[in-house]
Design a protein around this ligand. Sequence first.
Ligand SMILES: [Zn+2]
Length: 308
Amino acid sequence: MLMTVLQVSTRRVLYHSCCKLTKKSKHLVQMVRPSSDMAAFRELFAKAKHIAILTGAGVSAESGVPTFRGAGGFWRKWQAQDLAAPEAFSRNPSRVWEFYHYRREVMLTKNPNPAHLAIAECEARLSKQGRTVVVITQNIDELHTRAGSKNVFEIHGSLFKTRCINCGNVKENYRSPICPALEGRGAPDPDAVDVQIPVEHLPRCEEKACNGLLRPNVVWFGETLDSDILSQVEKQLDVCDLCLVVGTSSIVYPAALFAPQAAARGVPVAEFNMGTTTATGSFKFHFQGPCGQTLPPALARHESEIIS
Ligand SMILES: [Zn+2]
């Protein structure tokens, strides 16, 4: 019954990018202690043909990527929810662009960590065996792609894509700085002041005769997910035979939406994160600790794998 509710909710594409499904998740909890038996996990891993890996902020955090959430997570005096919002952008596009410019520039100094690399290596290795690994991530930093992952669904978009608010054109953009007016801007210190860049000097659309204002192509608080990406993700969850939840708790979106969908079909779900939650008991495995430490041995070559 609850599974149906969750699945229908997913299909309606009405999700706020930080919604907690605590209430619903409570009903999912079965009083079964999840296993932390790595050898048992590895047996299932060795047989799996189609592995879906859901990743969240914890994976990025281990690369030192700031999230601007929680205690101490501030840019100037704001947190992500104050700036990653359509209202904030309409009110003060210059401030929001300073924030995103800073985040883009910070990424020049960050690198994929052992968890990203283990996932990418696993995908490459298993693809030679006719097996599939897909990453479904809420992270917008492209570290999975930089690590070498090919099948990546960025459900929250990317820091390195822009979208024109006039013509809707979406484009990759790795320029540093993204426009001359933002050069040297975006200082995160609490006493830094907004520079109030005129809107015509913020990033602009280069499509013929458009010149519309660009925004980061990321899903902001209160916005809906891209329905095309979501339907592709649902297809992946419908065919996977092993599901991993990495660096995010299973009561917090997106894992709260997606993992139960796989579990409802009897697919084993394995969590890799720093703590347990009320939902942990509804999954088969839980491996506690930094995923940069727990994931590489979990996804390493199994002795039964034949490498050509
Ligand atoms: Zn345009």
